[in-house]
Design a protein around this ligand. Sequence first.
Ligand code: PHB
Length: 394
Amino acid sequence: MRTIKIALAAALALSAFAAAAQTIKIGFITSYSGLNGNLGPYMERAVRLYIKEHQKELPPGVKIELITRDDTGPNPDKARQLAQELVVRDKVNLLAGVVFTPNALAIAPIATEAKVPFVIMNAGTAVITTRSPYIVRTSFTLWQSSYPLGEWAAKKFKTAYTLVSDFGPGHDSEEAFGKAFTAGGGKIVGAVRAPLQNPDWAAYMQRVKDAKPDCLMVFIPAGKTATAVMKNFADLGLKDAGIKLIGPGDITTDEELPNMGEVALGVITVHHYSAAATRPANKQFVADWKKEFGQNETPNFLSVGSWDGTALIFEMIKQQKGKLDAERSIEIAKQWRFDNSPRGPISIDPETRDIIQPEYLREVKKEGGHLANVEIETLGTAVKDPWKELQKKK
Ligand code: PHB
């Protein structure tokens, strides 16, 4: 009898604890395999590091459970299936992550149907945020980098060639750059789209070389592809021919710089994040990253999108004291400002749920014996997605 009483009391105490304790489940989908499968960990590590450093700020009894899934690269069918399982079976409170645009677009209808907020921490095609009222983006759009790049390039060069991966963000980069470059008086002498998987870079580089443009603007998804582009640019003699390589920061992604070698020196990019930035918030972020993951490890822009996305999720949880309501979470996101991002002050545009952030002109230089994206000019401190701004004017 006595044992039964003790057992009952223990069970009651446990259930009382369970009622007070609240677990927020985040369904985190990213790429751990397939094309650029090395990128997933740059996102997951950032989320885990943010949680580790900030979990003491959560309301008492609230815990975060991160449920990670591999979408195997640009694979919308897989992404859709994973999101569905996370929502239906795991009953996640939030969806987050995603390197690739096709995957984000495939998940959007699930977020809408299930009324689950979806925090996009990388995928950068402008249109994505229009596909669900439950999407908030803490990464970037390709228009945010490629449009100011086009404006800058028009002041330096007469002719440009564009070479982009043939999918959403590539099309955006090509269009944004082309629009700004021609509006500034430049001429696009060639525009080519390469397949996302296994393109013959040497053949494309030869075509560009034959066209003799002043500059070549490239977009490819960050990761190993960036190094392949760099290598072919050098091997086919475009650098020696005096063609300037420029692009959004995806082509000089921080973690690949050590693999690129001297050819990357002098490459000009526009982007919101460089691991070499000297802002105190970034120095702290990079130092914490190295301490946690190793002195030779470097965060990249996918890490920062994920770090800031986690900061936003914390804000949702804190303001709602651990009880998440989807509509309320999105309202909180729309009001969100974060002055302490490693990239500088950011906020969410309440009209579009897309990020507003600084954009920097950078040059690859050697710093302390290593290649680095050195910020040389701030092109804008609060840049909204130019695609959406131009749509409004139509
Ligand atoms: C995307 O699919 O939206 C994407 C992927 C890699 C990048 C940028 C954008 O570097």
